[in-house]
Design a binder for this molecule. Structure first.
Ligand code: PLP
Length: 396
């Protein structure tokens, strides 16, 4: 008999990944995540990050992080309910609520944690969760932790959502409709006004995960709810502090009642140490910067429009994105991965995204333009796209 410690069953699965051609190593950064990065030892233009506003390596955020460390230390030392709740955690929540134009905001250690903690705390047996089929993995996992029943509706299909609501309204106590605010693979925005209207008609609650909308949409990045002016009509407005805000963390914004309940029942807050002071300090500086000026979001949108129009003019298919997320659709899976590899050889890092992350035959490289890119960097990237596109007969 083989030794149990050899983990033969995992070795077999790993071999399966290799046989399927999906085994990979993680890319390694040799420095900060910025518009150009040192990737596996080579300097390249970075079109793969979620660092929308260029905040991840911003001098003001770094300074605020250092100052917070000097006053509060490297770690929070405990979960919030014991002795890990510092005044800066509460200040951050007040600042977030003000920024999001909601009564209150409750912070988590990540966006993932926020979904893992919030959904199970606000639903129970006898409730129904209705989820968009393209919702993020952390919503799916978070829903699995809930004792409520779950069902999905076709992506952004309002008629289908209504059908599901109509069929189920009388069978359940509470109903929670969950959607991403911005869908990360195509860059399309949820049809929130229609969703909220249906929710109100059928007396359901709404939960919007705005990880790719916060810092991007709405006035100075206040998010999708602000973009559609739906304040007070979305019950749970989730954001991450790890993407546009450039640090780490997550939150849910909404009512004071929501805050009070999560304060008692959100498991990541009861059983996991609170955000480190450096993160809190840097996040607060980022929020102050956004509340001072629309300079950062303006530059993000300006850069995204510039890059999209240049790629479109060359003849690339950039899909139907409504946000700075810019997919370049190649189609075939192997060709997509080869395109990404060749772009990297030529100094541009853009991740290839293929089945099962997106439907078969819709492989794409996903370009993430940020406020931190210079026009010169974007021009250089476009030149590389043109060169590789011609070499591979993607462009005529
Ligand atoms: C990225 C993402 C998350 C996870 O956020 P982290 O702060 O990185 O944990 C959650 N939901 C959605 C929709 C996301 O895109």
């Amino acid at each position: 008999m083989a030794n149990v410690h050899e983990l033969i069953f995992l070795k077999e699965k790993i071999q399966g990944l290799k046989d399927d051609g999906v085994y990979r190593k993680l890319p390694v950064l040799g420095g900060a995540n910025d518009s150009e990065v040192i990737l596996d030892g080579k300097r390249v233009i970075n079109l793969s990050s979620n660092n929308y506003l260029g905040f991840a390596n911003h001098p003001r955020l770094k300074k605020a992080a250092i100052e917070a460390v000097e006053k509060y230390g490297a770690g929070a030392g405990a979960v919030r309910t014991i002795v890990g709740n510092m005044d800066i955690h509460e200040e951050l929540e007040k600042l977030l609520a003000e920024f999001k134009r909601e009564e209150a905001a409750f912070i988590y250690q990540s966006g993932f944690n926020c979904n893992a903690g919030t959904i199970q705390a606000i639903t129970e047996k006898g409730d129904l969760i209705i989820s968009d089929e393209l919702n993020h993995a952390s919503i799916i996992d978070g829903s699995r932790l809930s004792k409520a029943d779950k069902t999905i509706y076709k992506h952004s299909d309002i008629d289908h959502l209504e059908k599901v609501l109509k069929e189920n309204r009388d069978k359940y106590n509470n109903i929670l409709i969950i959607t991403d605010g911005v869908f990360s693979m195509d860059g399309d925005i949820a049809k929130l006004p229609e969703i909220v209207e249906l929710a109100e008609k059928y007396e359901a609650m709404t939960y919007v995960d705005d990880a790719h909308g916060s810092g991007v949409l709405g006035e100075s990045g206040r998010g999708t709810v602000d973009h559609f002016n739906l304040h007070g009509r979305v019950d749970f407005s989730i954001g991450t502090l790890s993407k546009a805000i450039g640090v780490v963390g997550g939150y849910v914004a909404g009512s004071e009642t929501m805050y009070e309940w999560l304060n008692h029942r959100a498991r990541p807050v009861l059983f996991s140490t609170s955000l480190p002071p450096a993160a809190v300090g840097a996040i607060m500086e980022a929020l102050r910067m956004l509340m001072e000026s629309t300079e950062y979001t303006d530059r993000l949108w300006d850069n995204a429009k510039y890059f999209k129009s240049k790629l479109g003019t060359l003849g690339f298919d950039t899909g139907h994105s409504e946000t700075p997320i810019t997919p370049v659709i190649i189609g075939d899976e192997a060709k997509t991965m080869e395109f990404s590899r060749k772009l990297l050889e030529n100094g541009v890092f853009v991740s290839g995204i293929v089945f099962p992350t997106v439907p078969k035959g819709t492989g794409r490289v996903r370009c993430m333009v940020t406020a931190g890119h210079t026009k010169e960097q974007l021009d250089r990237a476009v030149e590389v796209f043109e060169k590789v596109g011609k070499e591979m007969n993607i462009l005529g």
